[in-house]
Write a protein that binds this ligand. Structure first.
Ligand code: DER
Length: 233
């Protein structure tokens, strides 16, 4: 599909421009990153590249292992050269919504340990303001016992509606790789000062991490329907 070829072209561009010999690369989560891991495996094989990969989820871990790429972790490599990851939406300031795949906590941790976070996405993620195209809400990872008071607190402080993310292939709520729940904050005001909102959200007891990535991403590559790639810095 046009969307898949858009994802693939963004992924190839990012891997080819940001990964070289001896790079320690953070591997993000979601569907776009699959193309990046495939490109990494291709280049390791053809160029005999020596790289090490750090996963940001069980899914990323499986991808790295399936492609027989060298795997490491933050204990051994607490500083990475680059993290390549997807996003649910990117605004004009390179502020991201992440967590659509429920992996935001480890994604943000690994991104914070990387010299640069490079975002790869298809054209549907390229917005002016958060909320223009992505309607599933801002994901917030929370300690399960506190999800109701946190939901109430967010709605009282900032408006909108907060929903507990329910699983599709399992009865009950989604449980993250870290044993937590995800709240999705929908119908939020689009002209918020996201840095201020993010700080206030993070201070609510029981909030583990938010899907707002502010001043973290260095660059975004958007694959377009015609196979070309648009860059945003
Ligand atoms: O959960 C995440 O943050 C992922 O990066 C995800 O949002 C991107 O998913 P996609 O590449 O499948 O659109």
């Amino acid at each position: 599909s046009a969307l898949d070829s858009a994802k693939k072209s963004a992924a190839i561009k990012a891997v080819d421009l940001h990964v070289q010999n001896n790079t320690v690369v953070g591997v993000g989560s979601g569907s776009t990153v699959v193309y990046a891991v495939e490109r990494l495996a291709e280049r390791v094989k053809s160029e005999k590249l020596n790289i090490q990969c750090i996963p940001t989820s069980f899914q990323a871990r499986q991808l790295i292992i399936q492609h027989r790429l060298p795997i490491t972790d933050l204990e051994v490599n607490p500083k990475l050269d680059v993290c390549i990851d997807g996003a649910d939406e990117v605004d004009c300031n390179l502020t991201l919504i992440k967590g659509g795949g429920g992996c935001l906590l480890q994604e943000k941790i690994v991104a914070s340990c990387s010299k640069e976070l490079i975002i790869i996405a298809d054209y549907t993620k390229n917005s002016q303001k958060l909320g223009d195209q992505y309607k599933k809400g801002i994901p917030i990872e929370v300690v399960p016992m506190a999800y109701v008071p946190i939901k109430t607190q967010i709605e009282n402080l900032f408006g909108g509606t907060v929903e507990l993310r329910m699983a599709k292939a399992k009865a009950g709520p989604v449980v993250t790789d870290n044993g937590n729940f995800i709240l999705d904050w929908k119908n939020f005001q689009q002209d918020y000062d996201w840095e201020d909102v993010n700080k206030k959200l993070s201070l609510i007891p029981g909030v583990v991490e938010t899907g707002l990535f502010i001043k973290i991403a260095k660059k975004a590559y958007f694959g377009l329907a015609d196979g070309s790639v648009k860059e945003q810095v």
